[in-house]
Structures are given as structure tokens and as C-alpha cells.
Design a protein around this ligand. Structure first.
Ligand code: B12
Length: 364
């Protein structure tokens, strides 16, 4: 079997030739360290994995990324509060940085700029990608969270990269992803897109004009190393927008949220007992509903909105918010939504969709 020189270089110099313990076997110990916010123990398990022969890229995926997905599950299920999530995430960030010091690969492939799209604060997925690409021989310029498109243009002009890798975790940032794709391609630089916000296949990234999409960091490394990956690109093709519904909703998010809140108060008696914090969270949820509806319209994918509503419903149920809350929230939005046919159609599909909490029986 052929040896992969990058993979060999990734290994710690003292690495054993084979990997007797699978990462899945090490994961429970890694998870305990993460959950108890034990930074040294977490780094210790990650280094142990490298020492027994796992390459850094596999450890980033098999321990760190897997751990973060579990962190997200704990938060969504209301098993952990936000502070516990933040604490565990900060340990993951330190593990990634520590693993970066174990990379032995010299850059030999070219320059890749790794950045989150504007409005995107999930920097860790981008950092995982950055270290994986570094391990694959790229000279990585990691720009972290939320970067405005104009600054990406300037950076591209100053640095002259071969690739721009854009990470987007929250679909509400997709329109700004388009601005960044345009910025990179205007400079002739091909774009690879990824992260949960781009969905589970290449279609969203393609629609927004990216040259490629990958589901995971190791796949991205393989794609960028392939002879098929373009070295230069034309400007992004024009975006095929059905109508301006997304723009209209974005511009009106604040006002629509306010109107929907007033409507919600009229129909949801329970809100009268909400304290200030609960009111603020409800307002945030309403703004999110508008934002995700706009994002779904932007990429013309009703399923994006449906998935979001199912996710929100599960999240609220885990927090013991009355079961009918999301349905009433959607009704409130429907009552104040401007007459935009596609927006109305997306909302109606979801309001009557299978996720919906059962309508409470009313007397008489
Ligand atoms: C940590 C975290 C945060 C931290 C981020 C800190 C940091 N330094 O990154 C903070 C606190 C900032 C945060 C904020 C929010 N978060 Co958050 N967060 C997470 C969490 C728990 C982990 C993220 C992570 O590191 N994932 C691990 C990586 C490995 O997974 P990944 O994203 O899929 O990335 C892999 C691939 O997609 C790919 N990839 C990623 N980027 C790229 C780029 C390219 C080019 C390529 C090719 C590949 C690629 O490679 C990665 C490695 O294989 C996730 C849960 C989860 N399941 O991910 C929630 C999650 C993403 N957050 C969520 C939410 C809702 C939010 C907030 C809206 C919460 C709020 N009410 O404020 C805000 C939004 C902030 C914003 N506008 O960006 C939801 C999103 C749900 C949805 N419907 O979209 C999630 C899924 C939580 C959940 N289980 O519900 N969050």
C-alpha cells in the first residue's frame, strides 16, 4: 500500500509505527477531561493518541470535533448551561492549539486563507480545518471569526493566496458568505466552502458560487490536494435569485420581531408571567425565526426553515417551554408577515408540517 507522506510527517517524531488503540477507545477518557474542564488531561489524551500513531488530523476529527458535537448536544438538551458549554469549548481550543505544535509538515502546497464568514462566531470549526490543512502541507493564514468581505478582499490583495476556505456554521450568515465568495473570486482565488451552515451536500455552496464544498476537514484537505482543484477562477456567476423576499425580510427583521411579539402577547397568556430574561429570550427566538426564514428564502430551500423549526421546537421542549410555544410563535409571525408569496408559502408549509406540536384541545 502507498504511504502518504503528509500523514507520516504529521506524526510526532517519537510515534510508534502502528495505532494499537482506536480513537473511539480513547474518546471516553477525552470526553471526561472535556466535561470536567480538565485542560491538562484533555491535552494529555490528545498527545497520547499522537504518540501511539494517530496523525494529528485524525485526532482533531476523532477526539476534538467529536467532543464538540457532544458539547452541542449537551447544551441543546439542556443538560449543560451556556457557561459549561463555553468552558468545554475553551478546553477544545487549547487542545487544537496544542495539537498544532505536534505537526511536522513543512508547507509545500501554497497559501490558503481560512476564515469564518461575516457574522459567524463559530471559529473553532474553522480552526480545526486550519490545523488539518496545515498538516496536509498548506501555508495557512487563519483569520478566525466574523470577517467583513471588504477586509477579505484587502487581505487577498496583500497575501495572494491560492485558495480561500470559508466556514459557516449558522445558515443566517449565508448571504454574507455570498459576499465573501464574490470577494475571493473577484481576485481570481477559488473558494472551498464548508461548515454546518452550508448544509449536508454541495448544493448550497454551489448555488452561492463556491468552487467546491467538503463535509469535513480531512475531505477538504484531499480535495485541495487533488489535481482537479482549480488553481485560478473566474468571477462568481450571478446569483439566481427568485425574488427579493429574503432582502425584504432582513430589512424588516427588527420591526417584524416587535409586531410578532405584540401578537404573541395577545394569543399566549403564559407570556404575562414571563420575567425580563424570558421575554428577551422569546424576542431572540422570534428574531431567529425571521432570520432563518430569510436564509431559507435566500437559498430557496424550504427544508432549511423546516429543519430550523424542528430544532427550535426540540430546544424549547428541553427547556420546559410550553409545547405549543413554537406553533403560536409561527402563528404570530404569519399574522404580521408582509404579503411575499414565497415567504408565506415557506411559513405555511412549516406551520402545518409534521413537526408541529399538537394543537391543544379547546373546550366548546
Ligand atoms: C461552541 C459553539 C458555539 C460557540 C463558538 C465558539 C467558538 N470559538 O467556535 C459560541 C458560544 C460562540 C456559539 C454561539 C452560537 N451558537 Co453555537 N455551537 C457551538 C457548538 C457546541 C460547537 C461548534 C463546533 O466547534 N463544532 C464542531 C465542529 C467540528 O463541527 P462542524 O461545525 O460541523 O465542522 C466540521 C465540518 O463542518 C467542517 N467544516 C467546518 N468549517 C468548514 C469550512 C470549510 C471550508 C470546509 C471545507 C469544512 C468545514 O470541518 C469541521 C471539522 O470536520 C455547536 C454544536 C455542533 N454540533 O457543532 C453549536 C451550534 C453550531 N450553535 C448553535 C447556535 C444556535 C448558536 C447561537 C445562535 C446561540 C445563541 N442563541 O446565541 C450562537 C450564534 C453565534 C453566531 N452568530 O455565530 C446551534 C446551531 C443550530 C442551527 N439550527 O443552526 C448548534 C448546532 C448547537 C445545537 N446543538 O443546537 N456556539
Amino acid at each position: 500500500m502507498d504511504r502518504d507522506p503528509d500523514r507520516d510527517r504529521d506524526r510526532d517524531q517519537s510515534a510508534a509505527p502502528s495505532a494499537p488503540t482506536e480513537l473511539t477507545d480513547l474518546f471516553p477518557r477525552y470526553w471526561n477531561a472535556l466535561a470536567s474542564v480538565d485542560r491538562s488531561a484533555a491535552i494529555g489524551v490528545a498527545f497520547e493518541a499522537v504518540e501511539i500513531g494517530h496523525d494529528v488530523s485524525s485526532v482533531l476529527t476523532g477526539l476534538v470535533a467529536r467532543g464538540q458535537i457532544e458539547v452541542g448536544r449537551c447544551w441543546a438538551a439542556n443538560e449543560w448551561n451556556i457557561a459549561q458549554e463555553h468552558a468545554a469549548t475553551s478546553v477544545s481550543e487549547e487542545v487544537v492549539a496544542a495539537l498544532g505544535t505536534r505537526l511536522r509538515t513543512r508547507p509545500h502546497r501554497g497559501i490558503v486563507v481560512v476564515s469564518c464568514v461575516e457574522g459567524e462566531w463559530h471559529a473553532l470549526p474553522a480552526k480545526l480545518l486550519a490545523e488539518t490543512l496545515r498538516g496536509a502541507g498548506w501555508d495557512v493564514r487563519y483569520l478566525g471569526a466574523s470577517l467583513p468581505a471588504a477586509h477579505l478582499s484587502q487581505f487577498i490583495h496583500d497575501v495572494g493566496p491560492d485558495v480561500v476556505a470559508l466556514s459557516c456554521s449558522i445558515p443566517t450568515s449565508l448571504p454574507r458568505a455570498r459576499g465573501m465568495i464574490e470577494a475571493a473570486r473577484d481576485g481570481g482565488v477559488p473558494v472551498i466552502a464548508g461548515g454546518r451552515g452550508f448544509g449536508s451536500d454541495a448544493s448550497r455552496a454551489q448555488r452561492l458560487g463556491a468552487n467546491g464544498w467538503a463535509p469535513t476537514a480531512p475531505t477538504a484537505a484531499r480535495m485541495l490536494g487533488s489535481p482537479d482543484w482549480p488553481r485560478f477562477t473566474e468571477r462568481a456567476p450571478a446569483l439566481d435569485q427568485v425574488d427579493d423576499a429574503a432582502e425584504v425580510l432582513w430589512a424588516a427583521t427588527g420591526r417584524l420581531t416587535q409586531l410578532a411579539e405584540t401578537e404573541l402577547r395577545r394569543h399566549f397568556a403564559g407570556m404575562a408571567d414571563y420575567d425580563e430574561q424570558a421575554v428577551a429570550r422569546t424576542r431572540e427566538d422570534l428574531a431567529h425565526i425571521v432570520g432563518f426564514l430569510a436564509a431559507a428564502l435566500y437559498v430557496d430551500e424550504s427544508a432549511l426553515f423546516e429543519e430550523f423549526v424542528a430544532w427550535l421546537d426540540a430546544l424549547l421542549v428541553a427547556r420546559e417551554v410550553p409545547e405549543e410555544a413554537v406553533r403560536i410563535g409561527l402563528d404570530a409571525l404569519a399574522a404580521v408577515l408582509p404579503p411575499l408569496p414565497r415567504a408565506v408559502a415557506f411559513l405555511e408549509t412549516v406551520r402545518h408540517g409534521p413537526w408541529a406540536s399538537p394543537v391543544p384541545a379547546t373546550a366548546g
